[in-house]
Write a protein that binds this ligand. Structure first.
Ligand SMILES: *Cc1c(COP(=O)(O)O)cnc(C)c1O
Length: 378
């Protein structure tokens, strides 16, 4: 059996080697390392894939979130509502910009922002909502957009984990994850579904004026060369990374389908189990399985960490995304998070475990993983 990995970028590279090597060498030959042609080509290709008017590339997914918030003109003290159950980047940039992160619950089944909890957290100071499409599943965007409309709030979709996801509206229309709110952001961190061979990120919007401000913000607040109208930052997608992403984008849908097949295999193996709960797939979207995250539905102390150690011993990689939710991070104590009570988030934090999922997995590996996961409970 081939060794099992959480993600297997090496095997995919072997398949794409000729194309990738050529693309990288072409960039080096051209010596256009900054804002070379592949950068514009990639932003065009991605905007057509996502069916969104503007794709502004940047240096990473964290910058993408920061630039989005800067371009919206949020002011110190403005409140930004985000789920506590997410990667730190989502909320860290809120604090970095002297905005106030307000943590809310996620749904116990989808791991995504709970709309009732969101409604309750709104105050006159609330300016934006950051729904996170966690693990590959799109949030209940129709409900989120309804709330945003009622209270006139900006919506920044953190789509680092769900690029390529489809959201189905109740009227039958379909939109790509990240293109529904005011702004969408993503990350091309190598392990993401659309990963570069280094860092990268992008920001999406259908709003022309906002796209202009996003571009300016990412480029030192510059309106024309050496004229700087607003305080911005320097955040660019490297040309070599863009050239690689141009190739990997062509394989994104095939990779998503391969991920869904892995998820189907796991689902079938764990079906009906008393404790192992497979990820719930809401009918309103196509889950793109950035992660395959189980809930161990039991109150037995140490069960999840026990499974994690057991699998590691068998050389089956596994991860806890994420062991500490935002409202329990020291970083945010000065924002008065100590009294915040999010029981669903805490419940999930103690019970989730993610198994390997990527397009290169074979049945032998999957059988080995499922047998061992099931074996632990016997
Ligand atoms: C990966 C990730 C980010 C940050 O992306 P980087 O490119 O690593 O800066 C932000 N939000 C979520 C949910 C992520 O998974």
């Amino acid at each position: 059996m081939r060794p099992i990995q959480m993600v297997d970028l090496k095997t995919e590279y072997q398949r794409l080697k000729t194309d990738i090597d050529t693309a990288v060498i072409n960039v080096i030959d051209s010596a256009a390392f900054i804002n070379g042609k592949p950068v514009q080509e990639f932003s065009k290709a991605l905007s057509s894939y996502l069916d969104v008017k503007h794709v502004i590339p940047c240096a990473n997914g964290t910058d993408a979130l920061q630039i989005a918030m800067m371009a919206l003109g949020l002011k110190p003290g403005d409140e930004v509502i985000t789920p506590s159950f997410t990667y730190i980047a989502t909320t860290e940039v809120v604090a970095l910009l002297n905005l106030k992160p307000v943590f809310v619950e996620v749904d116990k089944q989808t791991f995504n922002i709970d709309v009732e909890s969101l409604r309750k957290a709104i105050t006159p100071k609330t300016k934006a909502i950051v729904p996170v499409h966690l693990y590959g599943q799109t949030c209940d965007m129709e409900a989120v957009m309804q709330v945003a409309k009622e209270y006139n709030l900006a919506v920044i979709e953190d789509n680092a984990q769900s690029i390529g996801g489809d959201y189905y509206f109740s009227d039958g229309s379909v939109k790509k994850a990240g293109t529904i709110g005011t702004i969408g952001t993503t990350s091309f961190y190598p392990a993401k579904n659309l990963g570069a061979y280094g860092d990268g990120g992008a920001i999406f919007t259908n709003d022309d004026a906002l796209a202009q401000r996003i571009m300016m913000t990412a480029n030192h607040g510059q309106s024309k060369r050496y004229y700087h109208d607003v305080v911005g930052c320097n955040s660019r997608l490297d040309t070599i990374q863009a050239a690689i992403l141009n190739i990997r984008l062509q394989h994104l849908d095939a990779n998503i389908n391969a991920r869904i097949k892995v998820a189907d295999f796991y689902d079938a193996a764990f079906k009906g189990h008393a404790i192992i709960q497979s990820p719930f797939r809401a009918k309103n979207n196509r889950h793109v399985f950035h992660q395959y995250t189980l809930i161990l539905n039991s109150d037995k102390i140490g069960l999840r960490d026990g499974l994690s150690a057991y699998l590691s011993e068998k050389k089956i990689p596994n991860m806890i995304y994420y062991p500490v939710p935002g409202h329990r991070q020291k970083m945010f104590e000065s924002f008065g998070t100590k009294g915040v009570d999010l029981p669903v988030t805490d419940w999930l934090t103690e019970r989730v475990i993610s198994l390997p999922i990527h397009p290169e997995m074979d049945n032998e590996q999957l059988e080995f993983i499922t047998e061992n996961v099931l074996g632990y409970f016997k």
